[in-house]
Design a protein around this ligand. Structure first.
Ligand SMILES: [Zn+2]
Length: 490
């Protein structure tokens, strides 16, 4: 037997061993030994990843206040050889960790903030840990560490010169509040990405093709001098009149709204005397649309309306965008690849002990006692949906800069997320399994993309076809984020 045949025999043996550890999976066309090596690597690092996730679970820090959690992840990634950039875009707990050099640049997203009033022990019943405390109801400890698992697997292949790319981990905060990723997008941190990947724990496993909504919250303030309507000249233009003009402008936009275009506003005036007009009036507006272009159009119409009011009334008007999240632009070609990988790995399997645990909680909650079972939701093209989804997320902005994909992995049974029942599972083996599964799907999809020029071309073409002529621009001002004044969007 010559050296070459010994080597190929060894390869067959190694691949055989690796495959035997993923017996539920077949080795489909397009997969290489690097895919198996990534799976094997994640299996090897599972105890450390689980311990890291549990540490973040125990810390359970609020959005913008994840000081210890972000520090833990930064130190972990730093030890793994990642270069760290901290305090990104004015957020003290947002960081970027990078490994490798040059193009392509692949982005992964992590979060690690907990939910208020969601603390609970890892037991199948309500068992608050300290009244009103934070807990990882949304499983962001899993989200953050699952993406780290993928970053490590890709790093290992780069280090061994099996892959050529830069892998970048964006540690972010407050997806449903201010949305730190929208500030990162504004500041150009996604500009050189070739592909980015986001996952979220969920009660189901699915490769999502749903476009999340575009959302813009803005505040219009009109100010002038107070007018005493009894003694002052009645023809004096005042803030009250400007306020009425603005309401007329907004009202005139109502016919534009439909199932895919939503507009709402709230009014406030401040005055101490009914004899006086106020010196300040404020209107807070929310635009929420299924399509980014509709949100852009509505925003432009409002700006034009505010300018007309200013010119007519001579009051001072200021407009401030409080929050702006782009529609999530789905990428069908990338999501097909995710779906294939979900199928290749197969549904997550649960032990009798895990099923019993879930049944006990279901009984406690008065729900049907069904236990837990993972089933991959069949792939469907939902990109054409015309009505609003009801949710916006800060993952949307990056999807207009370069192709981005999004999927969910079952990490809990069908109980309330971002609340205490969710917290139980983000500290439980059921959540750990979801996290490790997600790390594998992320790694496989990145390797698919890196190894197939055809897939790269198809994903890029899908992206260009959907974004058409629109080029990303942020609606946010250049001001630093007002992280204490956030509004929850969930
Ligand atoms: Zn979340």
């Amino acid at each position: 037997m010559n050296i070459l045949s010994i080597r190929s025999w060894l390869y067959v043996l190694i691949v055989g061993i690796l495959q035997s550890q993923h017996l539920h999976a077949q080795f489909p066309k397009g997969k290489s030994k690097h895919h198996l090596q990534a799976l094997e690597y994640i299996d090897k690092r599972t105890p450390e990843l689980t311990a890291l996730s549990d540490s973040v679970w125990k810390l359970a820090e609020p959005s913008y206040g994840e000081v210890k959690s972000s520090r833990l992840l930064i130190e972990f990634l730093n030890k793994e050889g990642f270069t760290i950039q901290e305090n990104v875009s004015g957020f003290p707990t947002v960081f970027i960790a990078s490994y490798g050099e040059g193009k392509p640049v692949i982005g992964l997203y992590g979060e690690y903030d907990a939910d208020p009033n969601a603390s609970n022990g890892v037991v199948p019943r309500r068992a608050e840990i300290g009244q009103g405390q934070y807990g990882h109801g949304g499983g962001h400890n899993l989200l953050g560490v699952g993406s780290i698992g993928a970053a490590l697997a890709i790093k290992d292949l780069i280090r061994r010169k099996k892959l050529q790319c830069t892998i970048r981990y964006y540690g972010a905060t407050a997806e449903g509040k201010l949305g730190s990723k929208t500030y990162l997008a504004r500041d150009g941190y996604f500009d050189d990405l070739d592909l980015s990947l986001y996952w979220h724990p969920a009660p189901v496993t699915a490769a999502s093709t749903a476009p999340w909504d575009a959302l813009i919250d803005l505040q219009i303030t009109m100010s002038g001098r107070k007018v005493n309507v009894i003694h002052d000249n009645e023809s004096t233009v005042n803030v009250s009149e400007a306020f009425e003009l603005l309401i007329n402008e907004l009202h005139a936009l109502r016919p534009m709204t439909n199932q895919g275009i939503k507009l709402n506003y709230q009014l406030s005036q401040s005055s101490h005397s009914l004899n006086e007009t106020p010196d300040t009036a404020r209107v807070t507006v929310r635009i929420q649309c299924a399509r980014q272009n509709d949100a852009n159009q509505l925003f432009e119409n409002i700006v034009a309306g505010v300018n007309r009011v200013r010119d007519q009334s001579k009051v001072t008007t200021t407009m401030k965008v409080i929050r702006a999240m782009h529609q999530f632009l789905p990428n069908l070609k990338a999501m097909e690849t995710v779906y294939q990988n979900l199928q290749w790995l197969g549904p997550i399997q649960y032990s009798d002990e895990e099923i019993q645990f879930v049944k006990q909680l279901q009984q406690h909650l008065g729900m049907p006692i069904e236990g837990i079972q993972d089933k991959i939701i069949p792939f469907s093209d939902q990109t054409g949906r015309e009505h609003v989804y009801g949710y916006a997320s800060d993952i949307g902005d990056a999807s207009w800069i370069s192709p981005e994909l999004y999927f969910v992995v079952k990490s809990l049974p069908g109980v309330a997320m971002h609340q205490w029942p969710g917290t139980i599972f983000s500290g439980h083996t059921i959540g750990h399994k979801g996290m490790i599964h997600a790390a594998k799907v992320l790694s496989l999809t990145i390797i698919d993309h890196l190894q197939s020029p055809e897939l790269q071309k198809n994903v890029r073409e899908d992206f260009e076809r959907r974004r058409r002529s629109y080029r990303y621009h942020s609606f946010l001002s250049d001001d630093p984020p007002e992280i204490t004044k956030s509004v929850d969007n969930r």
